[in-house]
Structures are given as C-alpha cells and as structure tokens.
Design a protein around this ligand. Sequence first.
Ligand code: MG
Length: 306
Amino acid sequence: MSVWPKSISITEVGPRDGLQNQSDSIATEIKIALIDALSQTGLTLIEASAFVNPKWIPQLSDADEVFAGITRKTGVSYSALVPNERGWDRSISCDVDEIAVLAAASETFCQKNTNTSVNGALERIQPLIERALASGVGVRGYLSCAIACPYEGETNQQQVRYVAQRLLDMGIHEIALSDTVGVARPDDIRKMYDALDGVLLPEDSVLHLHNTQGRALHCASEAMKCGVVSFDASCGGLGGCPYAPGAAGNIATEDLVHFAHENGIETGVDLQKLISASKIIEQAIGCKLQSAVYRASQDAHTGPRP
Ligand code: MG
C-alpha cells in the first residue's frame, strides 16, 4: 500500500503571504493578473490579499482594488486575511469567500505582532469568527509559531494543542498550523501531530510551511505520511528574495505539485500553467523566484522532468 495520500489540496498564498514580504510594492494590475492566471491553473483556493492597516503592511494596501479587479472563476474560493473588525467590514464589502484570522502559540510573537497576549489574540478574533460564521463566510485560523518562535525558540507543543482547541471551540474548522519561521525538521512535524492527538487530526489540518532552511518539501513529505492532505504554498516560492535578507518564502507551489505528481498524488493543478502564472510575478518583482522546479523550467535546458 502506498504511503502517500491519493490527492492533496493546496491553498495558494503567494498573492498574500508572498507579496506582503516583498520589499517593493507591486502594481495592483500585476496582482490582479497573477491571481487571474492562478485561477486558471486548477488551484481552487487562493488567498488573494489582506485587509490590514496599510501602515503595517503597505504592500497589501490595495486589497479592495484587487478584489474588485479580479475575474472570479466558478469553483475557486478567494480568501483574505482579516486581523480585526475594520478589516472585516472591508472584506464584506469586497465579497470575499473566506477569511483567515490570526492566532499564535507564542506569547512574545503575539506581543510583537499583535500587541496582545496569546489569549488576547484569541479574544480579538472571536467576534470576527462569529460574524463570519453568521454570514456564511468560511473561516480559517492561522496558528502561527506552531513549531518555533523567532523570539522564544522551540514552541511547547502543549501550547499548540491549547490554541488549536480554543480555535475549534470558537467554531473554526480549518486550522493552518504554521511554521512561521521555516525551521521545522520532518521530526518536528510528526511530534506536532502526535501532540495534537485527540484535538486535531492530521487530515483535518492545513500545514503552512516556509522554506527558510530548505527543508519545507521534506517536511511536507513527512506530513503526508502522517496523513496531512492540505497544504499552503506560494507560487514560485514567493516571499524569499535576495534583496530582503531574512525573508523566506513559503514552500513553492511548483515544488509541491511536482513532488506530488511524481509520487502519483493528484493535485488538480496544471504545472505548466502554474509556471506561466509565476512568470508574471517574477518579471514584476525584479528578482529570481526560488522554486527549484520553476528555476529548472526557466534556466535548465531540459526543464523539470515530467
Ligand atoms: Mg506565512
């Protein structure tokens, strides 16, 4: 019997998680062209932007224009990160299909990023979750620092378990366990799911990996063996840029799709169309995308092995 799942589902987070880490602002029409191209690849879940205070993340200050400009494809869900009630009001007027809210397993990370405690962050998102669920809008909860915190180091897995349980209690059914800094080793992934036993099954979770230390695909592979079938990924591995020291992209959608297809795992995604979509953004950011499969398609004589 195969160790691999029959299929995996991928949420494309490049237009949000990737672009929020770009040092230069990208023109709104480029973002719209990217999202429209991604919509044509077979991806059905796209996190398109974030309704955050432009003072915090100026790169995504055009979320309203992006949502107004995209051509919505039937069968594709377009989501946005919503950190507070002001963001919720904007997201509603833009008719987003799903919102994502923020929680974290680290006190210091919460203080630095959201100016409150772990419990304070959970209390802050509760009214957003209630409103979204009452409006029939899907909600995902990011659980940041699920493996490690940039300030505190290794995360106590009991804290991950606690936050996951609180999110479930608030009615969230999609929890994105996030290796925010991208330091996870395959072992850490297995330990995290062991610690979540009885709270959150691997097959009911989403895994959000960053490729800071080049291990994201190893971690995704281990996660699939644990039973995980839902992943976040960003086209081209967007987010990492040689001109932005310290910034590291998500696991690249191309690399994840290629790995899956090589192992007989269905994704529903057309790799060539995905590469074409990434090309739009590579030309706009002015630096090379980091995805190994994307790079092979552009630089090598042979392209990626089919
Ligand atoms: Mg991230």
